[in-house]
Design a binder for this molecule. Structure first.
Ligand code: C2E
Ligand code: MG
Ligand code: MG
Ligand code: MG
Length: 292
């Protein structure tokens, strides 16, 4: 009867919870081990200047290279790293690796390259991100002015006063600061204008359906105008089609990232792209069928 059904439903739910908790703990242990064993890798996705078509920077994106499972996406392990505290050592590893790589690219003839590093909520509010960053910049010799930290809008909205204090310390180091996934996090414009920022990254959710969604076209062009009115640069994420590129160029968006130009690449493959752009070739023109 109904009673039995609800009892067994409850049991199922309960067992499900236990399984999920167990799986989480197992994943946390594997993650710590993977860090120790040097199984983390950074991929780099090109950031393109829309006015010139040139590659100006790279966003570092972490992957876990498991000997059995292969590449594991950050969506699967960043949440566990955040809730378990592993984000402290993992975040430090990412910063150190990204800055060392950036310094190698500078030495290889890309003196101005910007390297962008993601910082998640707990990493931003609960670890000494400013101290860790200062230390890594000293160790690697990478200039603060070429390191950009990406912080999600929701991290800034959760505790705006604390966030402002951290942003000010980072700004004192001379770093560039970006808001990631802009438009998804309910931050108030009153707070936003007090934060010392350089860049808004329009979330890919607003780019994906351009040019079919007129709402998304309005939102994206409003964010570009808002960013510019606040003295910020604007980057569009997740650009996959030439129509999207043209729309963004028309609206005066400053930078783009997306599969249209390149997926995130291992450092060696990214270096090959750099070599092509050394020859003076804008990255966007490397694509077939360019108009204008
Ligand atoms: P995010 O910072 O917003 O990064 C953009 C994500 O969009 C990346 O996924 C990238 O591979 C993907 N992407 C780029 N271009 C396109 C496109 O044209 N189409 C589509 N469909 N996707 C595109 P990824 O690498 O799986 O990273 C997911 C999220 O994980 C990141 O979102 C970021 O929040 C987090 N994450 C990645 N690396 C790190 C890290 O080192 N530290 C921290 N704390 N978080 C990280
Ligand atoms: Mg990002
Ligand atoms: Mg993003
Ligand atoms: Mg995201």
């Amino acid at each position: 009867g109904a009673k039995n059904r609800s009892a067994s439903a409850w049991c199922f739910f309960h067992e499900g919870m236990t399984f999920a908790a167990h799986e989480r703990l197992a994943l946390e242990a594997r993650l710590r081990k993977a860090l120790e064993l040097d199984h983390m890798r950074l991929f780099y996705q090109p950031q393109i200047d829309l006015a010139t078509g040139r590659l100006v920077g790279a966003e570092a994106l972490v992957r876990w290279l498991d000997p059995e499972e292969g590449l594991i996406s950050p969506a699967r392990f960043i949440p566990v790293a955040e809730s378990s505290g592993v984000i402290g050592p993992l975040g430090l590893w990412v910063l150190r690796e990204a800055c060392s790589q950036g310094q190698r690219w500078r030495e290889a003839g890309m003196p101005d390259i910007i390297v962008a590093v993601n910082v998640s909520l707990h990493q931003f509010l609960l670890t000494d991100i400013a101290g860790a960053t200062a230390e890594v910049l000293r160790e690697t010799g990478f200039p603060a002015s070429q390191l950009e930290l990406e912080i999600t809008e929701s991290a800034l909205a959760t505790q705006p006063e604390e966030a402002l204090a951290v942003l000010k310390r980072l700004r004192e180091l001379g770093l560039r600061l970006a808001i990631d996934d802009f438009g998804t996090g309910y931050s108030s414009l009153a707070h936003l204008k007090r934060f010392p920022l350089d860049l808004l990254k329009i979330d890919q959710g607003f780019i994906r359906d351009i040019p079919h969604s007129t709402d998304d076209m309005s939102i994206s062009s409003s964010v570009i105008a808002l960013g510019h009115a606040m003295g910020l640069k604007v980057l569009a994420e997740g650009v996959e089609t030439r129509e999207q590129l043209q729309f963004l160029q028309q609206k005066g968006c400053d930078y783009m990232q997306g599969y249209l130009c390149s997926r995130p690449l291992p450092a060696a493959d990214f270096m090959q792209l750099l070599e092509k752009t050394h020859a003076g070739q804008p990255l966007v023109e490397l694509l077939p069928e360019v108009d204008e």
